[in-house]
Design a protein around this ligand. Sequence first.
Ligand SMILES: [Fe+2]
Length: 240
Amino acid sequence: MVNFGNILQYLAVQSSQNSLSGEEYNVTKMAATTYALPTLPYAYDALEPYVSGQIMELHHSKHHQAYVTNLNKALQSHIAAVASHDIAAQIALQPVIKFNGGGHINHALFWQNLVPASASEASPKAAPSLSVEIEKTWGSLDGFKKAFTAALLGIQGSGWGWLVKEGGAGLRIVSTKDQDPVAEVPIFGIDMWEHAYYLQYLNGKAAYIENIWNVINWKTAEERFLGTREDALKVLKASI
Ligand SMILES: [Fe+2]
């Protein structure tokens, strides 16, 4: 779980350099960062047959776009509320920013977690260092997949499952509710909202999970494992 301060911290990664450096803080001159829907690094139908083109198109162009649109609106309103010293309005906007900001962060990370099954990146061999750590933690890749699948199936309602790296504590599997982003290094996450699978798998959550392993981008996972959280979030900076 992540609090509102973490969301602002995430979003500040890409706006801190150009809004406050070297200048006196002046809220009346501040402009909200405008986020844009990141381009998918593959075609909508490129993950078939494991994730249908119809799901990918709706998920990216409608669902993710809605998070981006609503985040931009809320950030604009938040600046106006700060400028007018309207604390009540600022408080009212916090859950809106948390939900839509989290939705933007999670989906931007998620698209990079996936790759067509025919690509070399879809093999765990593309993640040699991460594989060693996974085997150390769960005994084997299969042991990890079983534990991750159990965590995903245990999510009640809408949420995400993530493999994360936490400082010196190594790897962990965490699940988050709604669109809360993780506070650790997000190695990869699986969207367990119904919009991610229902059109193709109906209520077959387990089949969705079983199939999505075929399109995990292990090269991205390796890079995130070897990097910092800020490195992983550079994808957000690219979508301003
Ligand atoms: Fe989603």
